[in-house]
Design a protein around this ligand. Structure first.
Ligand SMILES: *Cc1c(COP(=O)(O)O)cnc(C)c1O
Length: 398
């Protein structure tokens, strides 16, 4: 924290790339350069009185139990909140712990929420759980502002959507939906994984709560799970934290430590991956076997203007439709650099067949309604040489 005050003397606001490396560091008495890993579940007290006082109200540098908070996890929370532009953040064990926690922590039976239909399979599962506990969930086509307008009503408690949907890369107008939601006092909760913290302007555009799977671009090397809920201090500490600390959703300090290292290189990685994704999408347009290509950064993406306004770039994910499951499987099996897996945002490029893996749980009918066709492949563009990736895809289609 002394680092922070030193750098603020110049009064010049620091850029995200600088803050991603320095913000929120808490040094021990040894003055270590790297963020310290406090691999401890608990903390000892000097006296019974001190323990009592800390349970009444813990100060900013006082910890009780790693399920509630830990200095390494707190460094990660402070840094990501700073980058996202929110007052605070709570780090979670996975992206799904963040999605589940961000919604469960304030909803109750009888509440109404509106969600986009195009969601990651596990996000849909969480909404089914909410419905099981008496929360009414209305689904809309997230790209249609008119559907949001029709579904949001006085008393609606929250709206939820992936700003860029997994896997069909549909983009939801954050500012447009937020205006409708705020008119009735509903909280805007955004799963911003595909936009990445690098291209996120979600808070400036009206999001109240932003959740990330840190497993993806934040770690960026596919090493561990993590997630984070970003929001106002009131929401994070008074609403989300009590739910998460008592239900066990906290991140491991070790994973938070890996995520801190990930944040330091995130912007460089994501920008390079996005550059390659655009090159690759452009190259694939020339391939006769590609029936359809979806990339938010291409000028012919149906929401290209919105993408430019909302994110300024197309991100690291590309989807291609090869027309049939057979063609998709055949290409996957021929790829040599791309790995068949289901993570994304990794340094390694990954190919996924959503219909038979991440979105297998859905019925055929729901899948086709979401545009998850049998020939659809989701590509997560990694950090390899873009020319190698393009050549790999070309030979897989030949
Ligand atoms: C991966 C993902 C999640 C879940 O994150 P985990 O870290 O795997 O739990 C949630 N939302 C989206 C959009 C994702 O891509």
């Amino acid at each position: 924290m002394s680092q922070e005050s030193k750098s603020q003397e110049s009064n010049q606001p620091l850029q995200p790339r600088t803050r991603a490396i320095h913000h929120g560091i808490r040094r021990s008495q040894y003055g270590e350069m790297a963020e310290a890993l406090f691999m401890t579940q608990g903390f000892s007290y000097d006296s019974a009185e001190q323990a009592e006082a800390r349970f009444i109200k813990a100060g900013p540098d006082e910890f009780i139990y790693a399920r509630y908070g830990n200095p390494t996890s707190r460094m990660f929370e402070d840094r990501i909140a700073n980058l996202e532009g929110t007052e605070d953040a709570f780090a979670t064990a996975s992206g799904m712990a963040a999605v589940n926690g961000a919604l469960m922590c304030f909803l109750k039976p009888g509440d109404h929420i509106v969600s986009s239909r195009a969601l990651f399979g596990s996000c849909l599962y969480v909404l089914d759980v909410l419905a099981r506990f008496g929360v009414e969930v209305s689904y809309v086509d997230g790209t249609e502002l008119e559907q949001w307008r029709a579904a949001i009503r006085p008393g609606t408690k929250a709206v939820f959507f992936e700003s860029v949907s997994n896997p069909t890369l549909e983009v939801v107008d954050i500012a447009g939906v937020a205006e409708l939601a705020h008119a009735v006092g509903a909280l805007v909760v955004v799963d911003n994984v595909f936009a990445t913290p690098v291209y996120s302007r979600a808070v400036a555009q009206g999001a109240d709560v932003v959740v990330y799977s840190a497993t993806k671009h934040i770690d960026g090397s596919g090493r561990c799970l993590g997630g984070v809920i970003c929001g106002t201090r009131q929401f994070v500490r008074q609403v989300a934290e009590p739910y998460l600390k008592h239900t066990g959703g906290a991140i491991s300090p070790f994973n938070a430590w890996l995520m801190l290292g990930g944040l330091a290189t995130m912007e460089l990685r994501v920008r390079a991956q996005t550059e390659s994704a655009l090159r690759l999408a452009t190259a694939l347009k020339q391939e006769p076997k590609v029936a359809r290509i979806l990339y938010p950064g291409l000028a012919d993406h149906p929401q290209h203007d919105l993408v430019q306004r909302q994110m300024g770039a197309g991100g690291t994910m590309v989807a291609v439709d090869l027309g049939s499951k057979e063609a998709a499987f055949s290409a996957m099996n021929r790829l040599r650099v791309f790995q068949i897996s289901n993570n994304l945002g990794d340094a390694k490029s990954i190919v996924t067949h959503p219909a038979t893996t991440t979105h297998q749980r859905l019925s055929e009918e729901v899948r086709s309604g979401l545009g998850i066709t049998p020939g659809l492949l989701r590509l997560s563009i990694g950090l390899e040489d873009a020319g190698d990736l393009i050549a790999d895809l070309r030979q897989s289609l030949s």
